[in-house]
Design a protein around this ligand. Structure first.
Ligand SMILES: [Zn+2]
Length: 101
């Protein structure tokens, strides 16, 4: 499994539950520096989200799930995605643009 995200400032390892609430930035509990997610990490998260949406659309097209079951599948996928995001988090001390240099 991938190593947990660390603070580039003090090297503190983040706990899984601390990464569940990461948005664009997070304050390090160790050194109080503002940390930002790397563009690579944000791209990975977007890619996974798109993949999940694509799979859901394919499932909906291929299988006749019915609205209730489809809603359940979608909700489950989003929950899995939510709990999977901490494995994709990487921090940087600068807020870099997602695209460009
Ligand atoms: Zn730190």
């Amino acid at each position: 499994m991938k190593k947990p995200a660390v603070c580039p400032g003090c090297g503190r390892k983040f706990k899984y539950r601390e990464l569940l609430t990461v948005n664009r930035s997070k304050k390090c509990p160790g050194c109080s520096k503002a940390l930002y997610q790397t563009p690579a990490a944000r791209k990975k998260q977007s890619a996974v989200l798109l993949l999940v949406i694509a799979v859901l659309l394919i499932v909906r097209t291929l299988f006749d799930l019915g609205d209730g079951l489809y809603l359940l599948t979608s909700t489950l996928s989003l929950i899995i995605l939510f709990f999977g995001v901490p494995f994709l988090v990487e921090f940087d001390q600068k807020d870099r643009p997602m695209f460009g240099s």
